[in-house]
Structure formats: structure tokens, C-alpha cells
Design a protein around this ligand. Structure first.
Ligand code: HEM
Length: 546
């Protein structure tokens, strides 16, 4: 009986999906039937090229050949835009941000994974959540949290020291950066410990981070795109959670069962953290004066007006969202920096010298927030890495109605027409090319693609400021701009700087014989060339300094 019911539901959902595909991409291909300037003649590639290992070469190619806008074929044959023209980005992310919104498939999938947090809400609800959360990420709170960062990172140093104390060793740096990032968001975000960082076994990765890593593999590819775009919105319309759960439990597909197990682990972990905090608060002990993000948020929420107050579901949603958003992004950035330092030993030596000198001048004590964030060379290395290699190369938005999108610079189509704005039909998918914006030679000069930390030690070219790129960080789009920009960007910088200051004053990092590639679907992740795509690793040789 159960299997007949599940089969019936499968047939129903499949037919609705097939019908929607036909309707969207055959009957109504929006860029064909709506009048306006001819962006279709910009079509030059396929969106899947954005997800290859080393896909930034593709963005560089766009820059070289087409300027700052390119039209590509989507995974299902539909037309999508890749854009990094500054004025167009200002419209998409700031001026008309409520028209160019996150896609329904993204917000609904986020809701399934993280509940009612920042990543899955839109409009008024999102605005209300940001209003409560923005103050929690203030510099004052970052300052207060700095000792927690040092405490966790000292445990990381000890773990690596134990492995390399007798002789240099090959260490999977990504593994350690992921564990550290998770423990840091656990301790400073929720006052919760995911990982003592004592064991050096790979198997000791917390089930939460194992699940997030597996999830990345499952969500890449056309099947996940079709499900997220078509099946999830259909299923979402049925408001019978227990019935939906029953169907998922009986669904005869290993893929679905694996995703279910992964999301269950993520959900249960976040719920456990949230319930413990809520209980401590209700019993009037444990949370008073705690400096972690969720404790501060819960206290602020208690005294907020009725109209601003977040519900329990929304508070739980922030726990799940922050844990996810903080882990792989910052560990990807830190792994990238350490790889670049391994390739540029001169930069590594110079940075180490700055850190040792600063600590010496601080009475051999670890630097506090203000001294650490103002170290010029450390800052230059971090900025330059986040510019050339942003962990998230693209952000996706959907036009919710027909729009005219102005451009900073006229654009030549492949049929040699010049256009100063683009007609964007309702429903068009837009890839905000973060990496294209950050490497634009019109702003950064002819060496825009090169990694040169020194460029931040001198005044930036005038064109950088004149472009008015709407990014919240250093004229870069790495953390995006507008009201959905990354809320944790100061947190991530503090994390990077504390980890680098501790590791580089204790160890030297160099390359092994293995070649590292970067997988670019979602958050960039390193893999060893020739290895399975789902096995992200980044081995480096680590030597204890005298
Ligand atoms: C190098 C590290 C990081 C990078 C490059 C990064 C980048 C980004 C980007 C590009 C977005 C916008 C995504 C979109 O709208 O499509 C975003 C959003 C977000 N990030 Fe980060 N992030 C980083 C670290 C963090 C950390 C450490 C936290 C939390 C402590 C965090 C929390 C969030 C949240 C909650 C959002 C959603 C904001 C909203 O929709 O209002 N991120 N991040």
C-alpha cells in the first residue's frame, strides 16, 4: 500500500516537473518572446562551466572577450546572465534588491536545511531578522570574542604540534581548517563545543561537518537543480509535515535517503544547541553575560518590542544558518591563503616577521582585536586572497519582473551592436560574478588577475573607488553588498587573522608533490588532482619552526 502511494506521488510530481520544464523552456523561452534590446546575441557559453575546477579561468575569459556581461545556457537549456558591471550590480543588490531576489528554489531548500534563518527568508521577515542580528556582529562584540578565538586556535596549534614535533609531516590543512572553523562558530557563535581538536583522526570530524561536506556533493548537478527548482516548490505547497516526512521515509531512492540522513544530522545538531540555550535561559542560569552570538541575540530578543521579536523557529533558524554559513567559507579562505603562502615563501617569511615583531612589541602576549586587525601585511595578504580567490565565486538572483538594467560601460553584443542597458525579462536567472568583479582590469589594472598582497600597502588606483562597486568590503564583491551581504564578514576576518597569527609563528608551510585543484560548485574547495571530486583535501608539508 505504502509503495503504491509513493509511486502515485512520484508520478504526480514528475508530471508537474515535466510540464513546468516544457512550459518554461519550450513554450515560453522568456528571452525569445519578450521585446527589448537583444541580449540573446550575447549567448556564448554554458553555465556549467562556472562549476568546473579552476572555473575562474572561464570568468577571466568572459572578461577578455565580452566585457562585464555574458549570457549562457543554463543546466536545463534556459538562458541566464553572468554580470559584474558595477552599475548593474548596484541595481541588482541595492537599488532594486527586492526585485532581484534569491530564487524560490534557494530559499525553499535553505528552509528545509536551516529553518527560518537569514538564508531562507525574504522581504519584511528578512529585514526584521537583520535588524535584530546586525548589532550582534558589531566590532565591540568581535573585540569581546577575541579571547575565545585565541583559545580555540591554541588547541589547533597543539594538535598540529603533536603531529610535527619530531619531524615535518604532510598534513591535510583543509581538514584542520574545517574543524577549527566549526569549533570557532560553535564556541563564539553558540557557546557550544563541536570538537576538542584533540584527536588527529579524520574519522573524528564532527557528524555535522561530515554531513555538510557530503551535502555539497549531493547538491551539485542537474538532478539536484531540477529537484530544487521544480519538485521542492510543489512539495512545499502541501502543508502536511508529518505526511511529507512519511513519504520521504518511504521514498525508494538512495539519493533521497542519503539527503534525508544528512539533513537530519544538521537539524538535530542545531536543535540540540538551541534547546540547551533556551532551557538555560528559562531556568535563569547559565546564559547571563555569555558573549556568544546566540546568547547576545536571545537576550536582545527578550527585550525587543513585540513587532521586532523573533519567534523560536527564527532563533533556531539562526543557529542552523550561522553554523553552515561560517564553516566552509572561512576554512576555504584559510586553506587558500596557506596554499598561496606555501607557493610564495618570501611572502610567508615577511608575514611571519610582522607577526613575531608585533607580538614582541606586545610584551610577548597575543595581540588584542585592534592591534591584530591593523597589522598592514597580514591585512594585505587576507584582502588580496579574498579579492583574487573569493570562496564564493557567484551569487544567484532572479528577476521578479521585467526590468531595464543600466550598465556602467557600453557593451558590444556578439552581433556588434552597442547596448548601454539590458532588458531583463521576469524570471531571468542572474549570476552575480563575484570573481569577475574582483578581477576587473578596468578597476584594478592590467595585473588584476595576479595575487600581489603589496598592492594594498600603496594607495589603490583611482578607478577602484570611481567604479562604485557596491561591495561592503574594500570595493570587493567577496561578501556581496546590499541588505543580503554577508553578516559574518568581520567575524571571518578575525578568524583568519587569529589562525594565521598563531600558525605562522609556530610552523612553516610548504608544498608536497601533489597538485591541488579547486572545485568551484558552491563554496570553492580544494581537491588533490586525480582524486574523487567528493574527497576534498589539501595536503601541505608542515615543519615546526625553531
Ligand atoms: C571568508 C568567509 C566568508 C565569505 C567569503 C562569505 C561570503 C558570503 C556571501 C557572498 C554571502 C551572500 C550570499 C548570497 O546572498 O547569495 C554571504 C551571506 C551570509 N553569510 Fe557569509 N561569508 C563568509 C563567512 C561568514 C561567516 C564567518 C558567517 C557567520 C559567522 C557568515 C554568515 C553569513 C550569513 C548569515 C549570510 C546570509 C546573510 C543574509 O542573507 O542576510 N558568513 N556570505
Amino acid at each position: 500500500m505504502a509503495s503504491i502511494l509513493v509511486q502515485g506521488i512520484t508520478v504526480y510530481i514528475s508530471s508537474v516537473v515535466v510540464w513546468k520544464l516544457i512550459k518554461n523552456y519550450v513554450v515560453k523561452s522568456p528571452l525569445d518572446i519578450v521585446p527589448g534590446p537583444p541580449p540573446a546575441s550575447l549567448i556564448t557559453g554554458h553555465v556549467k562551466d562556472l562549476f568546473h575546477a579552476d572555473a575562474w579561468k572561464y570568468h577571466d575569459e568572459i572578461l577578455r572577450k565580452y566585457g562585464s556581461v555574458m549570457m549562457v545556457k543554463g543546466l536545463l537549456g534556459e538562458r541566464q546572465l553572468i554580470i559584474f558591471d558595477p552599475q548593474a550590480l548596484h541595481h541588482i543588490l541595492v537599488k532594486d534588491q527586492y526585485i532581484y531576489e534569491e530564487s524560490e528554489s534557494f530559499t525553499l531548500s535553505s528552509k528545509l536545511l536551516f529553518g527560518e534563518g537569514l538564508l531562507s527568508t525574504l522581504g519584511e521577515q528578512h529585514r526584521k531578522q537583520r535588524k535584530m542580528l546586525n548589532p550582534v556582529f558589531s566590532i565591540a562584540h568581535m573585540r569581546e570574542m577575541t579571547p575565545i578565538f585565541y583559545d580555540v586556535t591554541s588547541r589547533l596549534r597543539k594538535a598540529i604540534y603533536n603531529q610535527v614535533k619530531t619531524s615535518p609531516k604532510e598534513i591535510d590543512v583543509l581538514h584542520w581548517m574545517t574543524r577549527t572553523a566549526l569549533e570557532l562558530i560553535g564556541q563564539s557563535g553558540m557557546g557550544y563545543s563541536f570538537d576538542s581538536l584533540e584527536s588527529s583522526q579524520k574519522a573524528d570530524l564532527h557528524p555535522y561537518s561530515r554531513s555538510v561536506k557530503r551535502l555539497g556533493g549531493f547538491l551539485a548537478g542537474p538532478l539536484a537543480a531540477v529537484l530544487a527548482s521544480y519538485a521542492i516548490p510543489i512539495v512545499h505547497k502541501f502543508n502536511f509535515p508529518r505526511f511529507k516526512r512519511w513519504v520521504v521515509d518511504h521514498w525508494p531512492s538512495k539519493w533521497v535517503q542519503d539527503i534525508k540522513d544528512i539533513t537530519d544530522v544538521m537539524h538535530e545538531t542545531a536543535l540540540d544547541i538551541y534547546k540547551t540555550k533556551r532551557q538555560a535561559m528559562e531556568e535563569g542560569h547559565g546564559d547571563d553575560g555569555k558573549k556568544d552570538i546566540i546568547s547576545i541575540l536571545m537576550r536582545a530578543n527578550e527585550s525587543a518590542t513585540e513587532e521586532d521579536r523573533l519567534t523560536d523557529e527564527e532563533l533556531y533558524g539562526q543557529v542552523a544558518t550561522l553554523t553552515f554559513a561560517a564553516m566552509d567559507t572561512t576554512s576555504s579562505a584559510l586553506s587558500r591563503i596557506l596554499l598561496l603562502l606555501a607557493d610564495h615563501q618570501d611572502v610567508q617569511d615577511k608575514l611571519r616577521a610582522e607577526l613575531i615583531e608585533a607580538k614582541k612589541n606586545n610584551g610577548d602576549q597575543e595581540l588584542g582585536y585592534d592591534k591584530l586587525v591593523s597589522l598592514p601585511y597580514l591585512d594585505a595578504v587576507c584582502r588580496e586572497t579574498l579579492r583574487v580567490f573569493p570562496p564564493l565565486a557567484n551569487a544567484i538572483r532572479i528577476a521578479r519582473k521585467d526590468m531595464i538594467l543600466p550598465l556602467s560601460k557600453p557593451l558590444q553584443t556578439t552581433t556588434k551592436q552597442e547596448v548601454t542597458d539590458l532588458f531583463i525579462p521576469n524570471g531571468t536567472t542572474i549570476h552575480v560574478s563575484i570573481i569577475g568583479a574582483n578581477r576587473n582590469p578596468d578597476m584594478w589594472g592590467t595585473d588584476a588577475k595576479e595575487w600581489k598582497p603589496e598592492r594594498w600597502l600603496n594607495p589603490l588606483p583611482d578607478k577602484v573607488a570611481e567604479a562604485h562597486m557596491p561591495g561592503i568590503y574594500s570595493h570587493l564583491m567577496t561578501f556581496l553588498g546590499g541588505s543580503r551581504a554577508c553578516i559574518g564578514f568581520k567575524f571571518s576576518q578575525l578568524e583568519m587573522k587569529v589562525v594565521l597569527s598563531i600558525l605562522l609563528t609556530s610552523f612553516k608551510f610548504s608544498r608536497t608533490h601533489q597538485t591541488i585543484k579547486w572545485k568551484m560548485s558552491g563554496i570553492s574547495t580544494p581537491i588533490v588532482e586525480g582524486d574523487d571530486y567528493s574527497n576534498s583535501t589539501m595536503p601541505l608539508k608542515v615543519t615546526l619552526l625553531e
